[in-house]
Design a protein around this ligand. Structure first.
Ligand SMILES: Nc1ncnc2c1ncn2[C@@H]1O[C@H](COP(=O)(O)OP(=O)(O)OP(=O)(O)O)[C@@H](O)[C@H]1O
Length: 254
């Protein structure tokens, strides 16, 4: 594939009279960790909600591997290989860690109804494949101690890891993380930095991370985009973006 893995091309999103995103163009290269930073209300989560089709762009194109997905059905997004986590963790609290992770496999299907009724060998094989993949994710994220625990009983930091695990179970090509470090203690944030690096290096998954914690951004991002008022204000390395005068003014509100 030539060109970026994902490209937002002059995208806009309006809520009534409010322009949450205006003329936004961002490229994501395969294999990179891109951090998106910006002050509150800059449009970072809206951008992610456009790519994952929670919202529909008012204008512009969103190209994933060259295909415009700006108006694709929401149900198609996971099938294309795009996964995400949420700012406010979205898991099934009453279910176990294992069952939540198995839900991450839904894009690969549960088998036709007749296979389920007849318990065909094909279905059994498919279920075994799902279990095996989930076990690799449990090992990768060091979740084995929590495998059978109900999500509701888990500490906040572990729930965040489970949500990351569920996204990985869908074997995405690109993974969006919405404020992955929020609510984590320094040790958990350090673990997260290692995992993000391993997700890119060992699993070959491209990562786009919306994050306020600049220590995490500096530790893992190859490139940083700073958004403000629904647009790109600056982009470059973490050091370049943090030193940019427009970025400093946007954070100071001047
Ligand atoms: N569903 C919605 N309806 C109306 N306005 C919305 C909606 N979602 C977001 N907005 C508005 O769009 C703008 C961008 O919000 P968004 O949540 O994308 O910013 P953000 O950069 O992610 O902020 P934060 O860092 O605080 O999460 C804000 O003015 C917000 O109030």
């Amino acid at each position: 594939m030539t060109g970026p893995l994902l490209e937002l091309d002059k995208v806009a999103l309006h809520f009534g009279g409010l322009a949450a995103i205006s003329d936004l163009s961002i490229s994501v290269n395969a294999g990179e960790v891109l951090a998106v930073i910006g002050p509150n209300g800059a449009g970072k989560t809206s951008m992610l909600n456009l790519v994952t089709r929670v919202f529909e762009a008012t204008k512009g194109r969103i190209l994933f591997k060259g295909q415009d997905i700006a108006r694709a059905p929401r149900s198609k997004i996971a099938h294309l290989g795009i996964a995400r986590t949420f700012q406010n963790i979205e898991l099934f609290d009453a279910a176990s860690v294992l069952d939540n992770l198995l839900l991450g496999r839904h894009r690969f299907g549960a088998g036709a109804w007749w296979q389920q009724v007849l318990r065909t060998p094909g279905l059994t094989r498919r279920e075994e494949d799902h279990r095996a993949k989930v076990e690799t994710v449990i090992e990768f994220l060091d979740l084995s101690a929590w495998r059978n625990a109900r999500v509701a009983s888990l500490p906040y930091g572990v729930r965040k890891v489970v949500e990351l695990g569920r996204a990985l179970c869908s074997e995405p090509e690109i993974l969006f993380l919405d404020e992955p470090a929020s609510g984590l203690n320094p040790e958990e944030t350090r673990d997260l930095a290692f995992w993000i690096d391993d997700i890119r290096t060992d699993l070959g998954i491209t990562v786009v991370m919306i994050e306020h914690d600049m220590s995490l951004v500096s530790a893992v991002a190859d490139r940083v985009v700073c958004m403000a008022q629904g647009r790109v204000l600056a982009q470059g390395t973490s050091a370049e973006v943090q030193a940019h005068p427009d970025v400093i003014s946007a954070y100071l509100g001047t």
